[in-house]
Every structure is written in C-alpha cells, then in structure tokens.
Design a protein around this ligand. Structure first.
Ligand code: UDX
Ligand code: UDX
Length: 443
C-alpha cells in the first residue's frame, strides 16, 4: 500500500488532481512540490487566492490542507520519503533547437527525472502525469537507471490526465476513464497494481483502463487531437454557414443528434484555446514527421491551421464591417479566458483577435470577470510584441460588462454566463460563442 505520494508541479493539473487524491484517500499523505516559491506560498495562503481557480477546489483544500495534503518547496526531501512520485510539470512547445515551434519541450520533465534519480534512496514508482510524446518513459527510465543509486528500482507508469479546466473537480470525481500504462514485467505490474489501489478508492474498477506505456502516452495526444479536430470541423463549416445562410448552431445540433457522432465538442467558437490542444497537436505532427509519416502529419496540422483561420475570420468580420479600418472606433472585448469558468488565458483566442482589432486602429476596452488585469497585460506584452507599459490610450481595462454610449461594437470571445444578461442596447454585438438570441452577428 502506498503511504506517501509526492507530485512535482503544483499547477492546473497537479493541484486539483492531488487535492482529490488526498480527499479520497485519507490514509495517504500527499505533498505537492514546486520550484516556484510564490506558488507554494499561495497554495498555503488565503483560500480565496489559490493559484488555480476551479469550482469546488477551495472546499477540498479547506478540508484536507494540513491533514494529508501539503504544499512544499522541499523537493528532494519529499521525493525521498515518497514511494510514488507524479511528474506534473508543464511541457510547452519548444521555442529553439530541433523541433522548434512543434515538438514538446521536455527540459522540465528531464530535470525532474534527474532530481528524482539524485534524491532517491529507496525504490520509486514514477508516474507520468504531464502530457508527453510517445516513448518518453524510455528516456525517463534511462536517466533514472544511469543517474540513480545502484540497487534502487524505478518503475515508470504513464497515467495521463484528461480533466478539462473549469470542470476539473467534476472530471476527477467522475472520470470517464482512468488510463494507466505500464510495463509487462512483474515489477511493472506490481507498480500498476499500487496505482490502481489508489484510484479504486473512488473510481469503479470498470473505468480503470490498463494498457502498455506507449499506448497510454499516445492516447492522451490522440484524444486531444480528436477533440480539437471536431471543433475545427464545425468551425470550418461555420464559414460556409456565413456564405449560405445556414445557421452554425442549428447545424451543430442536427449533426450531434446522430448517436454515431454525438453532441460534444461541436460548439462553434472563434477558435479553440487553452494550454493543451495546439501544443499537443503540434507535438503529434512532429512525431509523425519524425517517423516519416508526412501525410499523417499534414492531416493533423490542418486542425491547427483551421483554428488560426477561424480566429482571423472572426477578427476580419468586425474589421470589414467597418470598411476595413477601425480608426477611432471603440470595441469592447468581452472575455479574455480561453473558455468560461477558468482564470486561465493560455492560448486564448482573445489574445489574437484583440490584437488584430487593435492593429486595425481600434480603441479596445477589455473585460473578463476572472482573469486578473495583470495577467491580461502580461499576455499583451508577451504575444503582441507591444509594450503595454507605454500606456497606449487605445487599450483600457473595464471592471464590469457595462456597455456605455461610446462603444461602437462588442466582441464576445468567452462564453461567460453573465454576458447573456448584459443590456447591449442597440450596440452591434459580434457573438463569437453563439450565446445571444439575436446578436448583430454570430459565428
Ligand atoms: C499540465 C501538464 O502537466 C502538461 O503536460 C499538460 O500538457 C498541460 O497541463 P499545467 O498543470 O497546466 O500542465 O501547467 P502549470 O499550471 O504551468 O504547472 C506546472 C507547474 O510545474 C508550475 O507550477 C511550475 O512552477 C512547476 N515546475 C515546472 C516545477 O516545479 N519544476 C520545473 O522544473 C518546472
Ligand atoms: C482539454 C481536454 O478537454 C482535456 O481532456 C485535456 O486533459 C486538456 O485539454 P481544456 O483545454 O481544459 O481541456 O478545455 P476544453 O473544454 O477541452 O476546451 C478547449 C478549448 O476548446 C476552449 O477554448 C473551448 O472554448 C474550445 N471549445 C470546446 C470549442 O470551441 N467548442 C467546443 O465544442 C468545445
């Protein structure tokens, strides 16, 4: 039986996942460690200011923090005292070197493997929670065997996380499936049994799917690619709806009622965002190319290309309405988060669309109910190649969704519920999420 779990990476995945494990397994001590000291302080601090906002998370943290859930910067000590170590650090797209712009950057994962090798004085089960290219477990095992102390056994399991932000706790409580990939050796199967024991505290055994390690690693990339593919498919058809007078939402309902297709992930949008979809598809494209499968790579690459097209199409819709130039026009942007019910703006379509509107000359007023203004400013600095501190009069931040007289158009980019109930008066609303009954334009 596992008594101590350590998770490296106290972010959007590590935080909620470990909170639920601690809640459901009171006999296991769970410690989240992170190299970022501010983040650990925030996890240990005010419950209203936790680093991750997820409905239901605060309640769990209140219940288990200090009992069997701990947050710490002492990484080596906690690795050493735990029998099972999850790796949940981020795996961004590489920005330099081979595979730049496509492949996943494994530097943090490799750093974790080295740290586990160095700090471990007893056998460890290492669980890959981060999304990784297929066959990464081999690299991790290599590092652990070469750099770890002699006589210590390391087992690697792949246990990808399928939670979506905004519904993380619900997804963790009630997972469609828990996927665990393991080695077929007796020690691999023993490690597998121990992780199954952890999950079976709340997940029915019929929902725990076991596979080999490579299938589990690839299943995560493939699941995200297929979900994103559905969105790009409906979004591509939204362009045809615009031309023909068909209605995208009606089309989506009509398609989704076919049981063989199903209704999920067919909601048209101004493009998908979030930290995973684009990164994981580009990673898949890179892997296909690596194995010489150029046609397959191109097939999946189209999903990202259509997403870029959709973001651009939505921005152009607004710009073209005003004759191709937004000089002197005031546009209120509603929503900066990549979807509702999260404070996360990673890869949000808002970042890209708002930049286009700004570059076309508009005065921009940005409002989001949850993303802190500091984060919006940081996104602008990072992605627009523009220094927000020059204090350009053309960008301002609103603290509410009110539509003043001076606003020429509204762009709804995130589907926050409150945007359904705003009094838009006669302002032209470009509804990127199909949440209004009769907007001026819906995607
Ligand atoms: C997760 C996954 O792990 C990633 O692979 C997946 O594709 C997306 O979701 P996420 O939890 O969203 O990543 O990332 P983030 O919120 O950035 O959290 C990662 C944490 O790891 C950060 O708090 C960071 O400080 C920490 N970290 C990173 C370390 O502790 N050590 C490192 O070496 C690198
Ligand atoms: C996704 C996967 O759903 C999850 O399983 C995986 O673990 C991580 O990546 P996440 O990115 O948190 O989760 O959110 P998701 O709900 O999948 O939404 C991603 C993006 O797609 C958002 O920008 C959302 O607005 C958009 N989307 C989603 C659509 O445009 N239309 C849809 O029908 C569904």
């Amino acid at each position: 039986m596992i008594k101590n779990i350590c998770c490296i990476g106290a972010g959007y995945v590590g935080g909620p996942t470990m909170a639920v494990i601690a809640e459901k397994c009171p006999s296991i001590n769970v410690t989240l460690v992170d190299s970022n000291h501010d983040k650990i302080s925030a996890w240990n601090g005010d419950l209203n200011n936790l680093p991750v906002y997820e409905p239901g998370l605060k309640k769990i943290i209140k219940k288990v923090r200090g009992k069997n859930l701990f947050f710490s910067n002492e990484i080596d000590k906690n690795i050493n005292k735990s029998e099972m170590i999850f790796i949940a650090v981020n795996t961004p797209t590489k920005t330099s070197g081979e595979g730049s712009g496509m492949a996943a950057d494994l530097k943090y994962v490799i750093a974790c493997a080295k740290q586990i090798a160095k700090a471990s004085k007893s056998d460890k089960i290492v669980v890959e929670k981060s999304t990784l290219p297929v066959r990464t477990a081999e690299k991790i095992k290599d590092i652990l065997c070469k750099e770890g102390k002699k006589g210590i056994n390391f087992e690697i399991l792949s246990n990808p996380e399928f939670l979506a932000e905004g519904t993380a706790i619900k997804d963790l409580y009630n997972s469609d499936r828990v996927l665990i990939g393991s080695d077929n050796s007796p020690s691999g199967l023993n490690a597998l049994r121990k992780l199954i024991e952890v999950y079976s505290n709340w997940i029915p055994i019929s929902k725990i799917l076991t596979t080999n390690v490579w299938s589990a690693e690839l299943a995560k990339l493939a699941s995200n690619a297929m979900l994103a593919q559905r969105i790009s498919s409906i979004n591509s058809l939204s362009a045809l709806c615009d031309m023909t007078g068909a209605n995208t939402l009606e089309l989506s309902r009509a398609i989704g009622m076919d049981k063989r297709i199903g209704p999920h992930f067919l909601i048209p949008s101004p493009g998908f965002g979030g930290s995973c979809f684009q990164k994981d598809i580009l990673n898949l494209v890179y892997l296909c190319k690596f194995y010489g499968l150029d046609e397959i790579a191109e097939y999946w690459h189209q999903v990202v290309k259509i997403n870029d097209y959709q973001k651009e199409r939505f921005a152009k819709k607004i710009i073209n309405h005003f004759g191709g130039d937004l000089k002197g026009k005031v546009i209120k942007v509603l929503g900066w988060a990549f979807k509702a019910n999260t404070n996360d703006s990673r890869e949000s379509p808002s970042i890209y669309i708002t930049e286009k509107l700004f570059n076309a000359g508009a005065y921009i007023q940005i409002y989001d109910p949850m993303v802190p203004i500091e984060n919006i400013k940081a996104d602008i600095n990072q992605y627009w190649n523009f220094d927000i501190n020059t204090n350009d009069k053309r960008i301002s931040f609103s603290s509410n969704n009110k539509i003043n007289e001076d606003i020429d158009a509204v762009a709804i980019i995130t589907e926050w519920d409150e945007f359904k109930y705003v009094d838009y008066k006669s302002t032209k609303v470009f509804d990127g999420r199909n949440i209004l009954k009769k907007p001026f334009y819906s995607i």
